[in-house]
Design a binder for this molecule. Structure first.
Ligand SMILES: C[S@@+](CC[C@H](N)C(=O)[O-])C[C@H]1O[C@@H](n2cnc3c(N)ncnc32)[C@H](O)[C@@H]1O
Length: 232
C-alpha cells in the first residue's frame, strides 16, 4: 500500500474527492442522504484508502500525546465514527477496553480487516440511536472529525448524542478542525466555531482544557483544536 504522503496516493485522493463531491448527499442533506453518502465513500473505494478522504492510516498525533499522559488501565473507551480504525487501535493500545463504531458497515468491515487481531470491539451503530447500554457508560469518549462532517439538524443533535455516552467522572476528548466565530465554511468539512465547542459544556460537561494547533498540508495550514471535557 502506498504512503498517504506520496504523489500517486494524493492523485488518487484528489480524483476520489471529485467523484464523491458529485454524489448526492456530499454537501449535507437529511440523515438518509448523509448515510447514503458515507456508505458510498467506503463501498466505492475498492479497498483503496486514498478514496476515503479523511483516512490518514495512522492515529492522530494529538490523540497519541493525550493517551501517553492518560493511560487506560482497563477503563472503558468508545471511538465515535471510527472510520478505518487507526484512532481506536491507539486507544486500545493505551490500555482502554475499547468499543468503536461507525454508521457505515463498510468502514467497520474495513477496520476489522486491517486489524484482524485487534482487541477493539468494532460495530456498526448510529450515533443518533446508540444501544441504550452505552448511555453514560464510557470513561473516555473520543470524537474526531465527526461533528465537522455533519450539518444542520444532525450537527445540532450531535453534541448531546456524543456527551450522553460519558460516564460520571469520565472524559470527552474532541479533535476537530476549527474556525473563527461566524466565519463562513463551504464544507464538508464545516470546522467548529468556539460557540460550537461550547455546546459540550451545555451538556453537563466541564471544559478541562482547549488547545489550538495547526495541521500543515501542501499549500495549506488547517487550524484545529483539541478540547478535553469532564463529567464531574
Ligand atoms: C470525517 S469521517 C471521520 C472518521 C474518523 N473519526 C477519523 O477521524 O478518521 C466521519 C465518519 O463519521 C461516520 N458517520 C457519519 N454519521 C454517523 C452517525 N450518525 N453515526 C456514526 N457514524 C457516523 C462516517 O461514516 C465517517 O466514517
Amino acid at each position: 500500500m502506498s504512503d498517504t504522503g506520496d504523489e500517486d496516493f494524493m492523485a488518487r485522493r484528489d480524483a476520489a474527492r471529485e467523484r464523491l463531491d458529485r454524489i448526492f448527499g456530499s454537501k449535507g442533506g437529511d440523515a438518509d442522504d448523509r448515510r447514503t453518502w458515507f456508505e458510498e465513500v467506503y463501498d466505492t473505494a475498492g479497498g483503496d484508502p486514498a478514496a476515503v478522504p479523511w483516512a490518514d492510516l495512522k492515529p492522530k498525533e494529538k490523540l497519541l500525546g493525550w493517551l501517553a499522559r492518560h493511560p487506560g488501565e482497563g477503563r472503558r473507551a468508545i471511538d465515535i465514527a471510527c472510520g478505518l480504525g487507526d484512532n481506536a487501535e491507539a486507544i486500545s493500545a493505551a490500555g482502554y477496553c475499547t468499543t468503536a463504531f461507525d454508521l457505515a458497515q463498510g468502514a467497520v468491515d474495513w477496520a476489522q480487516a486491517r486489524f484482524p487481531n485487534s482487541s477493539v470491539d468494532y460495530l456498526q451503530a448510529d450515533l443518533f440511536s446508540p444501544p441504550v447500554e452505552w448511555r453514560g457508560a464510557f470513561d473516555l469518549v473520543h470524537e474526531c472529525y465527526t461533528v465537522q462532517a455533519l450539518h444542520g439538524d444532525l450537527r445540532e443533535k450531535s453534541y448531546s448524542a456524543i456527551a450522553s455516552l460519558v460516564k460520571p467522572g469520565g472524559t470527552l476528548l474532541v479533535i476537530s478542525r476549527s474556525r473563527g466565530e461566524g466565519e463562513e465554511a463551504s464544507g464538508p468539512p464545516w470546522p467548529l466555531m468556539p460557540s460550537e465547542f461550547a455546546r459540550f459544556e451545555g451538556e453537563g460537561l466541564r471544559l478541562v482544557g482547549s488547545n489550538p494547533y495547526i495541521v500543515e498540508r501542501p499549500g495549506r495550514i488547517i487550524p484545529h483544536v483539541i478540547a478535553e471535557y469532564r463529567r464531574d
